[in-house]
Design a protein around this ligand. Structure first.
Ligand SMILES: [Mg+2]
Length: 219
């Protein structure tokens, strides 16, 4: 009898514990996911600071720098075609793009956009949502059969910067090909703008400027 009483009280205790666990489970899991989100955000912030420091260091290495850096949007600054998205969505940039834009801006290098997107309204909404709209001195966003030569003529008209002082990043070879014929140093990106592409772009720009200087001296 005594043994049975003990077994019943043990069972009650276990079920009380189980009930408490079931009640607490959503609270524990909510605070754990909040903590994980906080940690993830802190991690991304630290990663962003590291990328920006490295970009600033890279820019500091070169004596000759572009006056204006022009970016394509789709698959260069962000990993999607914006015409396939709704303007109500929350966009994101490629992981290193945001810090690179800020590093260039901090160093006094002007920024511009050349995009053939057929939905400039969505592109502009996304630039606003990302808080980077005001960083660009010129934005040429319109669909066109010319491979961005029209876009660059517009950028030149708006900024007064000569094509030889511009650096351009794009993920489509046909744009790179036609814009580089105008005299712009143009870099084909494979997986969005990142530190590696920035270094390649700055190197190519410096080399080209040196060549031009030598050509001018010899003539
Ligand atoms: Mg693109």
């Amino acid at each position: 009898m005594w043994k049975m009483g003990r077994a019943i009280s043990k069972r009650n205790k276990t079920s009380r514990l189980l009930r408490a666990e079931l009640l607490l489970r959503p609270i524990i899991s909510a605070s754990a996911s909040w903590w994980l989100e906080e940690e993830e955000e802190k991690g991304l912030e630290m990663e962003g600071d590291r990328v920006k420091d490295e970009a600033l260091r890279l820019i500091g290495v070169f004596e000759v720098l572009p006056r204006l850096v022009v970016f394509d949007l789709d698959y260069t600054l962000w990993p999607f075609y914006c015409e396939m998205r709704s303007k109500w969505e929350v966009p994101r940039l490629y992981r290193e793009a945001y810090s690179i834009l800020h590093a260039l801006n901090d160093k006094g290098i002007e920024l511009a956009i050349a995009s053939r997107s057929p939905t400039p309204d969505i592109a502009n909404t996304f630039l606003n949502k990302l808080g980077i709209q005001s960083m660009f001195l010129a934005k040429e966003i319109f669909s066109s059969w010319t491979h961005k030569t029209e876009h660059f003529e517009g950028i030149h008209r708006r900024t007064g910067v000569p094509f030889e002082s511009m650096l351009f990043f794009d993920d489509e070879y046909r744009n790179i090909d036609s814009v580089s014929r105008m005299g712009v140093t143009s870099i084909l990106v494979d997986n969005g703008v990142n530190l590696r592409e920035l270094r390649i772009g700055l190197e190519k720009f410096a080399e080209k400027s040196k060549q031009q200087e030598n050509n001018e001296k010899s003539t």
